[in-house]
Design a binder for this molecule. Structure first.
Ligand code: C2E
Ligand code: CA
Ligand code: CA
Length: 777
């Protein structure tokens, strides 16, 4: 389409130009020749006029001389004197045939017809000769053009003297085609003799013939004024220049001679010139067609190629280079276009790279990693390894983001160096990395993971500081742990989470873990509605004072009855609530419910201290002490009847902050207890700083305690340690009378466990307390 248009236009333009030039030339030649031919023809007619006068005059003089000779002829005079017309006529005939005259006439002295060659035809008698006779009487002789019966004669009329005038003799020659032919032979011009007629011209004779001659008779006299300039008239098909001149003579209307030159004939020599020019024009146009064709293709082919290349670029194909022919503008355009194409390709490459790579480390990003994983799943065994730096947020916060970035870059570098050539390292975001390993089994993948961890753990020397890096890695394998990328990534993530929780460095996904994870997700989602839906409730477990054998406190323990999953253990949902930030609401709910219950018991005359568990997150809740006080006041419970249990592990997370919190709580008068004591690795020094009232030995030491067991040693020394520090000691998880006996021996202050009672609802608990006091009374 485009090709045709451009190419066609070039061809049309060139041919148009050539034709226009040729036409102009032709027009100029045509005009110039016509003008000069016309001028030349006018000139010829002007010359023709002069020649005509001489020619006609000469003929007239010749005729006159012939007439003089005749008038002097003795025989004629004698014949006239005889008065015999036949004799006169014979003399006239002899003479006329001798000189080649066409007409002869003898008139009497009074002008009366005597004899003539034409007999006594009316044209030669009477009035017909009146005018020449009048002229001859006046001048002595006359010479005139005389139309007689459709023919034209030149007639010389002179008197015959013997010695008196005895008559007039006239002799004439026909002014006919031959006469005109003589003139034409002399000048090359045609001549016609005519008189104005009714519907045109009455032509007597002419050198013209054929259609020109016929159309001459149809010319209007008005077109040809006598003696004036040359007229341009059309005779038949031809153009003629005509000059009309008067002929001396008689009669109305007068006879005229028309001198004629054919314009067409004069132009004829130039007509061949014109056809030659036309031929040349045609030839030039054909040549132009050829040249334009080549030229057009020379221009349009590269342009079309460029257009096609542009189309390819538009379609996103940058692979085919653009051919560059020559150094002309098109060539330069093609070269520029080629550069542009390369530029676009490079830019697209760069954008694609940016879209698929991480700007900081240059590693593939999540989307590319995902693509590669998808592709790898078609083949054999694949391991997905997720890696997350430990304490990275801390590094970022304390050393700044600049350092953080350097750490990430270094991690990327180390990972890349540590993996096998075909394996992929990607940064998924933040401090999270992924390694994709091909054709590996579980053992190999795990050992590789440990190798990577070793590399990462090497201290990192930054310009101003040395950083010890650590990380957790989670592994999931295809096909063992999943067939699709999404599942594998999620399961590797779960393994990573486990590795972090367990501080094990590397964890491989374990079957069923995902289900747990999904259950946790569902639980976290439902937790928020659990209070409003009334699904949370408290159980109470008695703590028995060993010295008095009386119930000293009860521990409030939370229960969740999920609408579809049934009872959910606090060991499962409390950590979830901590992670989702919902634990504050739960703690407040428990405090409120437990104190409300306590208040009800008090009004019923039962004074039971109540212990409430705090989670690690509660220690970060700066508003908690105020809430506790408000709650105590609301339910009118004396502060010392509330015991707050905090696990040793929670206290150890941020010791200073925890101690400050404990001080604030204790200032309000509540008692504090260190729960799960023995599992949290606190030092004696830290323990000394804790403002607490009691320690609660973890049930793992108590449950299976026997005489001589390690647990017994630990429990015993813990009790002694607590007493030395002035603290009450309580043992939980008392299930057997063996452990109870040992604890009594070690003078533990309080005991709690299934041996006495499981956690009970408020009503049954009170019932249990009553029965217990009766039994021990
Ligand atoms: P914990 O504070 O150590 O609570 C004692 C756990 O030991 C309770 O489990 C209790 O039912 C169980 N127990 C009591 N006697 C025995 C025994 O003789 N043998 C054995 N094997 N276990 C015994 P429970 O109720 O499932 O609570 C589990 C944990 O959930 C609690 O451990 C506590 O850490 C947490 N928790 C429970 N309620 C709350 C709460 O209201 N707030 C917070 N923050 N945590 C709570
Ligand atoms: Ca507890
Ligand atoms: Ca405990």
């Amino acid at each position: 389409m485009m090709k045709l248009r451009l190419h066609g236009r070039i061809v049309a333009l060139l041919i148009g130009l050539v034709l226009a030039a040729q036409l102009a030339t032709f027009a100029v030649v045509h005009l110039a020749t016509e003008r000069s031919v016309r001028a030349q023809l006018s000139e010829e007619l002007a010359v023709g006029e002069r020649v005509w006068r001489r020619f006609h005059e000469a003929r007239g003089e010749q005729l006159l001389e012939t007439a003089l000779v005749l008038a002097d002829d003795f025989g004629l005079k004698a014949a006239v004197a005889s008065g015999d017309p036949a004799t006169v006529e014979s003399a006239l005939r002899n003479h006329a045939s001798r000189v080649g005259a066409d007409a002869a006439v003898m008139l009497g002295p009074d002008g009366r017809w005597l004899a003539g060659l034409q007999g006594d035809s009316p044209g030669w008698r009477g009035d017909g000769l009146a005018a020449p006779l009048a002229a001859a009487e006046a001048e002595g002789f006359s010479l005139s053009a005389l139309p007689v019966e459709g023919r034209l004669y030149q007639l010389a009329l002179i008197p015959v003297m013997a010695p008196n005038r005895i008559g007039w003799v006239g002799i004439g020659t026909a002014v006919d085609g031959a006469y005109a032919g003589d003139f034409q032979a002399l000048t090359g011009l045609d001549a016609s003799f005519a008189r104005d007629g009714a519907g045109g011209l009455d032509v007597f004779a002419s050198s013209l013939s054929g259609p020109a001659r016929e159309s001459l008779a149809q010319l209007s006299p008005a077109q040809l004024p006598t003696g004036e300039a040359v007229r341009d008239v059309a005779l038949g098909e031809e153009h003629w220049f005509v000059l009309a001149l008067p002929m001396s003579g008689s009669g109305e209307p007068p006879v005229r001679v028309l001198l004629q030159g054919s314009l067409d004939q004069a132009m004829a020599p130039y007509a061949t010139l014109k056809t030659r020019i036309l031929w040349l024009s045609g030839l030039a146009a054909a040549l132009a067609l050829l040249v334009a064709g080549f030229l057009g293709r020379g221009i349009s082919r590269p342009v079309v190629e460029l257009a096609e290349a542009a189309q390819r670029v538009q379609d996103g194909d940058y692979s085919r280079p653009i051919a560059v022919h020559g150094q002309d503008e098109i060539g330069r355009l093609a070269a520029a276009f080629g550069h542009m194409q390369q530029g676009i390709a490079a830019r697209e490459q760069r954008i694609l790279h940016q879209a698929h790579h991480d700007g900081l480390t240059g590693l593939p990003n999540r989307s590319l990693a995902r693509e590669r994983l998808d592709a790898a799943l078609g083949s054999a065994r694949v391991a997905v390894l997720m890696l997350d730096l430990d304490r990275f947020k801390e590094i970022n916060d304390t050393l700044g983001h600049g350092f953080g970035d350097q750490v990430l870059e270094e991690v990327g570098k180390r990972l890349r160096q540590a993996v096998r050539p075909g394996d992929l390292v990607a940064r998924l975001g933040g401090d999270e990395f992924m390694v994709l390993m091909h054709d590996v089994d579980a053992d190999f993948a795990a050992s590789r993971a440990r190798l990577l961890l070793e590399q990462l753990r090497k201290p990192l020397d930054l310009p101003s500081t040395r950083i010890n890096l650590d990380a957790s890695l989670g592994l999931a394998l295809h096909p063992d742990h999943g067939d699709d990328a999404q599942t594998l990534l999620r399961r590797a993530d779960i393994a990573l989470y486990d590795a972090k929780q367990n501080r094990s460095g590397v964890a491989v996904y374990t079957q069923g873990r995902d289900e747990v994870h999904l259950r946790q997700l569902a639980l976290v989602g439902d937790l928020r509605q659990s209070i409003a839906r009334g699904q949370l409730s408290l159980r109470f477990q008695p703590k028995v004072d060993l010295a008095t054998r009386r119930v000293a406190h009860v521990e409030a323990l939370l229960r969740w009855q999920h609408h579809t999953l049934g009872p959910v253990s606090p060991d499962e949902f409390i950590p979830l609530s901590e992670r989702s930030g919902f634990v504050h609401e739960i703690t407040r709910f428990v405090l409120d419910t437990a104190l409300a219950q306590n208040a009800r018991w008090r009004t019923g005359g039962v004074d039971l201290g109540v212990a409430v568990n705090l989670s690690a997150m509660d220690l970060m809740d700066a508003d908690l002490p105020d809430f506790v006080q408000a709650c105590l006041r609301q339910h009118q419970v004396p502060p010392h009847r509330l015991i707050l249990e905090v696990t040793e592990g929670a206290l150890m997370r941020d010791v200073d902050y925890a101690i400050r919190m404990l001080h604030r709580l204790r200032a309000g008068g509540v008692r504090l207890s260190i729960d799960d004591f023995g599992t949290g690795y606190s030092s004696l020094a830290q323990l000394k700083r804790m403002p607490v009232d009691e320690i609660k030995i973890d049930k793992s030491f108590v449950m299976h305690m026997t005489e001589e067991s390690d647990d017994a040693v630990i429990v015993r020394s813990t009790i002694e340690l607590g007493h030395n520090m002035g603290l009450k000691v309580i043992a939980e998880g008392v299930e057997t009378d063996v452990s109870l006996g040992l604890l009594s021996r070690y003078r533990c202050d309080m005991v709690q466990g299934y041996f006495f009672s499981p956690p009970l609802e408020a009503g049954p608990l009170l019932e249990w307390c009553r029965r217990y006091s009766e039994a021990t009374a």
